[in-house]
Design a protein around this ligand. Sequence first.
Ligand code: ADP
Length: 168
Amino acid sequence: MDKIAVYPGSFDPPTNGHIDLINRALTIFDRIIVAVIDNPSKRALFTLQEREGLLKEILSENNRIKVESFSGLLVDFVDEHKAIAILRGLRAVSDFEYEFQMALMNRRMKPQINSVYLMPSTEFSYLSSSLIREIFSLGGCIDGLVPDRVKSELGRKLNRNQLNGNVD
Ligand code: ADP
């Protein structure tokens, strides 16, 4: 039976750090389901549909990867898709506390599902979607940190927001 991992996240926007993690996970799991979530505690720049669409475009060449959006309990989504693991990234110690809490709570709800943590290449270990949004909106260079498609969508999105006076 295929070993499937669910990789949940906001992906607002997807970065090369996310992609690095997916590529590493593909050496361990047969299939990865990228699960795009609407995190109510984070105000998103891209809509859920935009984030899902971007990830589909970026990852479409690999038939071992599927992209879906979801709401609700992550462990239920994992179960429904017959996945055995939740994949998350650990960039620095600062990620640990939140991830530890989530992993133990998820395990309490579904003990058979394990959380698996991978570390990205060091060149992406300081990278986050929020930093990308901030640097780009201030005119900084994000080449090599996000796929080209994401860079052009950021350009379109931030231009539109500036025209509408909506930029944070
Ligand atoms: P969330 O709101 O769930 O944290 P993110 O899109 O910020 O959503 O992150 C999704 C997952 O990807 C998290 O496990 C996070 O640690 C991981 N991640 C984010 N950026 C990177 C990166 N640069 N390298 C490795 N993992 C990352």
